[in-house]
Ligand binder design. Structure first.
Ligand code: Q0Z
Length: 286
């Protein structure tokens, strides 16, 4: 990062910089993680795809809830944003039963206190989307919590406002994605409070790193679904016999190229913008 920005935090595949008291810069790298391990081989343009997709959704959902986006960097991989007081919970919205949601349902018949119908399968579509909040763990896995606990942590009124926004955002995004042949199975939102006290959508929005994207044409409930973006990487890693502990394997060129193509395909299907147009002028997605 250039010109007086100071690094404030690193995620597994992203960085945050401070520009001034009110402004942060989020930078999405080309790093990829699988089975919870960041691999040594980057996927070229992954950071631009994720930044461009987030910006696309931010531009189209402002009427649902205001968001933190101020502007896109000319490189297409950074966004400047309003600094918020982030809420201590993540708002996961699930339209399908996958991951920890499926495991919790299989073990108890419910997910984060939501009783669900008997007889659902892995990857089943839910009768209606549910919010399954989680606390942010500094290291390791986020912990699912009941909505009553999330409301205590956020304050009742703030929780119900953010929860309603999360459901509306997911409804908008999943309907749009369906029309593009992508199942948005679930997604995680993070909200913060602006200086004026309002609830604002922060972080990234409805990207493949914060969501499960499934190819609609391969959807078959009763088993795990292939990932729209990471399936080549996962399949290749499985075939190497890697034990899933760090360090991960270096990826061969054909896996890198195939994976890059899937990210670009998701971007182009969802935004309707050619990826090269985005690279030339990132604001075209707004
Ligand atoms: C987002 C994260 C990343 C590591 C803090 N608008 C905001 N105001 C205040 N804080 C944040 C935001 Cl987005 C904020 N994260 C998540 C992002 C690297 C962690 F790029 N943490």
């Amino acid at each position: 990062m250039s010109g007086g920005a100071t690094h404030v935090a690193s995620g597994k595949v992203r960085e945050i910089y401070s520009l001034d008291e009110q402004t942060l810069v989020l930078a999405a790298s080309d790093r990829i993680s699988t089975f919870d391990v960041v691999l040594p081989t980057p996927i070229p343009d992954k950071g631009r795809v994720l930044t461009g997709l987030s910006a696309f959704w931010f531009g189209r959902t402002r009427e649902i809830v205001p968001n933190h986006l101020l502007g896109l960097g000319a490189d297409g991989r950074t966004m400047s944003c309003r600094r918020l007081q982030m809420l201590p919970v993540e708002f996961v919205v699930r339209g399908y039963l996958a991951g920890s949601g499926w495991k919790d349902y299989r073990d108890s018949g419910e997910v984060c206190g939501h009783p669900l119908p008997v007889g659902l399968q892995e990857s089943s579509r839910l009768p209606e989307p549910i919010v399954t909040p989680a606390t942010k763990a500094a290291e390791g896995h986020d912990e699912n919590i009941e909505e009553a606990r999330a409301a205590e942590l956020c304050g009742e009124r703030t929780y119900s406002e953010a929860r309603a926004a999360a459901l509306e955002l997911y409804g908008f995004g999943s309907k749009h994605a369906d029309a593009c042949g992508i199942v948005l199975a679930d997604t995680k939102f993070e909200f913060g409070i602006a200086p004026d006290g309002g609830v604002v959508l922060g972080d990234e929005a409805m990207t493949p790193d914060s969501s499960r994207f499934w190819p609609a044409d391969a959807y078959v409930p009763g088993r795990p679904q292939p990932s729209f973006d990471k399936q080549f990487v996962r399949d290749w890693c499985e075939r190497t016999g890697w034990n899933k502990e760090a360090p991960g394997p270096e990826l061969p060129a054909e896996v890198v190229e195939g994976t890059r193509a899937r990210y670009v395909e998701a971007f182009e299907r969802l935004t309707g913008v050619g990826f090269e147009e985005y690279v030339a002028r990132p604001e075209v997605v707004l």
